[in-house]
Design a protein around this ligand. Structure first.
Ligand code: ADP
Length: 378
């Protein structure tokens, strides 16, 4: 019998798990939010992941349940575990990734480097934090944010008055997170994968270039990171994976500060945008590794074939058609570009695909990856 993986969520991360599942002979089933999801190439059911009965029925015959996103409620996750279904990452680990305040508390308890932070339940809490931090700081909603939605730089509590007003809704977690405005040189990301039996492997630390709070480009490895930066990033991610018992892929978003510290921004317990380059640039992609890890199979080599890989996101996409319309031009112009189309309708700002180019010369690789991605611009 083929091993069967059930993935909750039908986005591009689930979609990109499909090719390695095919190669390794796994069955992959997806519980998608809507018909025609990005992951529709897999055996797909449509259902509400908030509903325990729906998720239990979906998970009945799978060997493991894993995720395309972190939003499945704890009550549903616990119902799966109580029914004897293997869930990776586990509900306990996911709990930390589901709420930015819980994340900050746990990372602080573990003695890991994080920005100064505070829990806010009233505008007065924010005023006090602002007074201690030079009059400017970052405020984040604890739950449900992504791609910079739910993150604001503020200099007055009035600017997030509506977030305080909304805290009565239990889905918010009842509090906001304030953080020092970190003065960073660049953003990095470190991905690792951990099996339930404990083995951990790491990919090289990468640089992630954000525009408007959204990842735009990734350079692997992060230029100039060999040595101290790479060692610190890997050691932080290994500690997080071990101490939180993360299973599957863990991506740790980091700040490299202007005074040479490495601070943790965020954790994602699933394949992550900053690891898409591994599909074409690493011996084992993050998607294959995630499947191997959650099935507790031996992990793959994380070596790279080329010194550099650059991934450029296709954000929005052509507004007068589809990526497929532009594909012949991009492939013709940049024959070594690896184009990934997520099968989503173009919409301003939406992540609809990415391009990866690998090679020996970083400037050349950046140029080619951008040139290929440009064919898909709006
Ligand atoms: P999301 O969960 O929406 O991805 P993040 O918490 O990762 O939100 O923040 C999005 C972006 O906002 C980060 O990539 C970074 O560029 C900026 N940012 C977040 N926190 C801080 C901070 N404390 N100081 C400075 N910039 C920050």
């Amino acid at each position: 019998m083929a091993l069967t993986v059930g993935v909750i969520g039908g986005g591009q991360l689930a979609r990109m798990m499909v090719p390695p599942a095919i190669h390794l002979g796994f069955e992959i089933r997806v519980l998608a939010e809507t018909e025609g999801s990005s992951a529709r190439l897999a055996a797909t059911e449509v259902g509400d992941y908030h509903d325990a009965q729906t998720v239990l029925a979906f998970a009945r015959d799978v060997d493991v349940v894993t995720f395309d996103h972190e939003h499945v409620p704890q009550s549903v996750l616990r119902a799966l575990v109580e029914a004897g279904i293997a869930v990776h990452p586990t509900p306990e680990a996911l709990f930390v990734a589901q709420d930015k305040l819980v994340m900050r508390e746990r990372l602080t308890d573990l003695g890991l480097p994080v920005p100064d932070w505070a829990r806010l339940t009233t505008p007065a809490d924010l005023d006090a934090f602002l007074a201690d931090h030079g009059g400017r700081c970052v405020v984040k909603t604890a739950r449900g944010g992504y791609d910079g939605k739910g993150v604001r730089v503020v200099s007055s509590s009035d600017e997030v008055a509506h977030w305080f007003d909304g805290l009565g809704d239990p889905s918010t977690g009842g509090a906001l997170l304030a953080e020092e405005l970190v003065s960073f040189r660049r953003e990095l990301a470190q991905s690792v994968a951990r099996r339930p039996s404990g083995d951990i492997v790491a990919w090289p630390v990468v640089e992630s270039i954000q525009r408007d709070g959204v990842c735009a480009e990734v350079i692997a490895p992060a230029p100039g990171s060999a040595g101290r930066v790479a060692d610190m990033a890997e050691s932080i991610a290994r500690t997080v994976a071990e101490r939180l018992g993360v299973t599957g892929v863990l991506a740790v978003e980091l700040f490299e500060t202007t005074d040479d510290r490495i601070l943790i921004n965020e954790l994602a317990m699933r394949p992550h945008n900053t690891g898409h380059w591994t599909i074409d640039g690493s011996t084992t992609s993050q998607f294959e590794q995630h499947l191997r890890a959650v099935l507790d199979l031996p992990l793959g080599d994380t070596g790279t074939a080329s010194p550099w890989s650059v991934m450029v996101n296709i954000l929005g996409g052509p507004l007068d058609g589809t990526l497929a319309d532009r594909l012949p031009h991009a492939l013709g112009d940049q024959p070594d570009a690896k184009v990934h189309d997520y099968g989503k309708s173009p919409r301003p700002g939406r992540k609809v695909g990415h391009v990866t180019v690998s090679g020996d010369d970083l400037d050349e690789v950046v140029f080619r990856a951008r040139a290929a991605a440009e064919f898909f611009a709006g």
